[in-house]
Design a binder for this molecule. Structure first.
Ligand code: NAG
Ligand code: NAG
Ligand code: NAG
Ligand code: NAG
Ligand code: NAG
Ligand code: NAG
Length: 669
């Protein structure tokens, strides 16, 4: 008894093994039928044939059943086209299918090759070949009968396949199709109506605040009529997204999308196919789409050629929160420039609004609008919207009083208004406390060593430079092209005097004739004539930097200069330091933003590249007294008292200054 039971136990694994072998054989080689892959199962709609008949196809493991045919198809052999590399939720298959007529007659059965492209969970595209029959002696075999198995033909394209739309779409996110707020113009390809560009024709693809879904799966498209365009209409449609995919058409890779009208009952009108090109690089930041009239994708020829042509323009989300409730400091109104971590922005400020226009690349830019809502001291609670985005955020600006052509500011963490908060009549005060707490300016609790962002008036108004005098300099640079080079600028007033120059030095100076400029000459002829006057005095300096503003922060002195002829950046940030009475050292940043770690001696850390080591070198006739301002109080009016010698090391009292001034005047005479 025991032994027979043991024998039985021994048999079970064997049976299982045999069964598994048998099953896997039938799966892979399909000699006795196969299963239709699960990603194709469902209830599908397609519009087929020249007459555009509505076809409903039911697919499950065992059959592919079309509404317009009595018979159905079963899987006979199948081939998985996916290679291991590509990771998608579905796979492309070629299936050799056998027709099963309702009468059950199998003798003259047709075989069809069906190639299925899995596009999204809601979209399949397939091609069906004509019927093949088993001739006497020749057996039907997927490798021989099906075109797609031959690499010369391969899988079908969008043009020679039929698109299947899932009748109860699975939820997919709209983010890959549309995200944000757009105005659009539209043109219907038939009837010769023309383009309707109504500002109220809008697409809103935002997460519904009240929606139970985390992601937006629908978007709203509002058509507005144009009086002069007969094909235009007033209509609002809610489309459910059915997913996007990428496909090549006439050598160009397009992004396709499918959508379903959420309320339309007529299937011919319900489903649409759309097509666009990613990275259109349009100068106006517009995006072109084409949309099909009927549920098919073959009519979309290019982004300029399709049944319905759409041109989308990003717009700010419609909101009441952009109505200003307070005023910004009056003297910061104007046009500004700022250099961010990555991108630079043009900033426009008026009494109530701040607008940041940031170039992302040559063709794309981002527009952010801020509106003043509440203020206390230097802190301003602002609402923020970004053109083309749905969100409305509250952010806090901490704006230092303006000095020179500079406004320094910090921006706090963005904060969103929730539905409940909005019901509180006092929500602004509450938001202010949240968004404008000093904590909100430190993104990282441990990183209290923040630095202010800098707005630079553009074009700037010059101010006296904090460093004056005449110096020789030495350049330290990581790359040769960072250094100031000799060049012939413009046209010299008088012809260059042909002189024999024996002493050539590098010269940097900011003298009494123009206090707001620093002149730089990498090679300056210092030879003097018999009177002791420089012989190269008619030369125009190679480089001319205009001082825009300076200040001290974290015990470091910063200077912003402007040079229109600088090929890298008009504005440059410098960190400067006086080492002794005769030595000044300056580190130049690659653009208008100084690296936080940058000191006056850095030229090798990221964002820097050049250090000037300057040694005082005033000559008898230069009229170029030394001056230096560390920027410790940038709000003082420009100081025109020159520091003549070390007696002025300690801050001179007013009387001392007057005395010094008198002395200076005396000396001249
Ligand atoms: C189909 O035919 C080819 C060549 O005649 C053969 O190599 C292949 O094994 C056959 N496939 C099946 C599934 O029978
Ligand atoms: C299916 O075929 C299409 C078109 O050839 C291709 O773009 C896609 O990557 C394929 N999918 C998989 C999973 O291989
Ligand atoms: C098809 O092939 C891919 C890649 O090899 C694999 O991940 C997938 O499971 C296969 N699908 C089926 C139904 O065999
Ligand atoms: C400030 O600019 C905004 C747009 O950025 C504009 O809507 C508003 O009318 C302007 N306000 C004034 C006072 O000019
Ligand atoms: C700008 O106005 C502020 C006060 O609002 C003042 O402290 C600051 O000195 C002014 N700056 C300039 C350059 O006028
Ligand atoms: C500074 O200049 C004043 C006036 O020219 C002179 O009296 C004084 O000795 C000078 N001090 C030094 C340290 O050179």
């Amino acid at each position: 008894m025991a032994s027979s039971r043991r024998g039985f136990h021994f048999l079970i694994p064997l049976l299982v093994l045999i069964l598994t072998l048998h099953l896997s054989e039938s799966q892979n080689q399909g000699s006795v039928g196969c299963k239709i892959p699960p990603e194709f199962h469902g209830d599908w709609y397609s519009r087929e044939g020249d007459a555009g008949a509505n076809i409903y196809t039911l697919i499950n493991e065992d059959k592919w059943d079309r509404s317009d045919e009595d018979s159905y198809l079963t899987c006979y052999q199948r081939h998985n086209h996916s290679s291991y590399g590509i990771r998608q939720d579905g796979n492309n298959f070629t299936m050799l299918m056998r027709e099963v007529s309702s009468s059950g007659d199998q003798t003259a059965a047709c075989f069809f090759c069906i190639d299925v492209l899995w596009r999204t969970p809601n979209i399949l595209q397939y091609r069906r070949q004509d019927c093949v029959r088993a001739n006497s002696g020749v057996s039907i075999n997927i490798t021989q009968s099906c075109k797609a198995m031959n690499p010369i033909y391969g899988l079908p394209t969008t043009d020679d396949s039929v698109t299947l739309f899932r009748r109860t779409p699975k939820i997919v996110n709209c983010i890959t199709t549309f995200e944000g707020v757009y105005q659009f113009s539209y043109e219907v390809d038939e009837g010769g109506g023309g383009i309707c560009n109504n500002p109220n024709s809008q697409i809103k693809a935002c997460q519904d605040p009240g929606s139970p879904y985390v992601d937006n799966q629908v978007f709203r498209m509002t058509y507005q009529k144009c009086e002069t365009v007969s094909t235009s209409k007033n209509e609002q449609i809610r489309y459910q997204c059915m997913g996007t995919w990428f496909a090549v058409r006439s050598g160009i890779g397009y992004t396709y999308a499918a959508v379903a009208d959420t309320v339309e009952k007529d299937d011919r009108e319900k489903y649409k196919c759309l097509m666009t090109l990613k990275n259109q690089k349009d100068a106006k930041n517009q995006i072109r789409w084409v949309m099909s009239r009927f549920p098919d994708c073959t009519s979309l020829n290019s982004i300029y050629n399709g049944p319905l042509k759409l041109v989308l323009t990003r717009i700010p989300p419609p909101t009441d929160f952009m109505i200003p409730k307070c005023n910004l400091p009056r003297n910061i109104s104007g046009e500004w420039f700022t250099q961010g971590q990555e991108y630079k922005s043009n900033v426009r400020v008026n009494e109530t609004h701040i607008n940041f226009n940031t170039a992302i690349n040559e063709f794309e830019f981002q527009d952010a609008h801020y509106s003043c809502q509440q203020t206390l001291g230097t802190r301003y609670l602002m609402t923020k919207v970004v053109v083309g985005k749905c969100e409305v955020d509250f952010v806090c600006f901490d704006i230092m009083p303006r000095h020179h052509s500079i406004v320094r500011y910090r921006v706090g963490k963005p904060n969103r208004l929730t539905q409940e908060e909005m019901e509180n009549p006092d929500y602004l005060t509450k938001k202010f406390r949240e968004a404008c707490s000093w904590m909100s300016f430190t993104f990282n609790r441990d990183d209290t060593d923040w630095k202010y962002e800098v707005l630079i008036l553009n074009p700037p108004s010059p101010i006296p430079c904090p460093i004056g005098g005449r110096y020789n300099f030495n350049q330290l640079a990581t790359r040769e092209n960072e250094k100031y080079q000799t060049r012939i600028r413009g046209v010299t007033d008088k012809p260059r005097v042909q002189v024999d120059c024996r002493i050539i030095v590098s010269e940097i100076k900011s003298c009494t004739n123009d206090l707001s400029k620093i002149f730089l000459d990498a090679e300056y002829c210092e030879t003097v004539d018999y009177r002791g006057r420089p012989i190269g005095e008619y030369d125009v300096s190679d480089h001319e930097l205009t001082c825009v503003g300076f200040w001290m922060e974290d015990y470091k002195s910063y200077l912003i200069t402007w040079d229109e002829e600088d090929a890298i950046s008009d504005f440059r940030c410098w960190v400067y330091e006086r080492l002794s009475w005769t030595d000044v050292v300056m580190s130049r940043a690659q653009n208008a933003r100084c690296n936080r770690a940058q000191t006056a001696k850095d030229y090798q850390i990221p964002g820097t590249g050049l250090v000037l080591e300057m040694l005082e070198a005033e000559r008898l006739f230069d009229d170029c007294p030394q001056r230096f301002d560390s920027g410790i109080n940038p709000y003082t009016l420009p100081n025109t008292i020159w520091v003549l010698n070390s007696s002025a090391l300690t801050k001179p009292s007013f009387i001392v200054m007057i005395i010094l001034m008198c002395l200076a005047v005396f000396r001249r005479h």
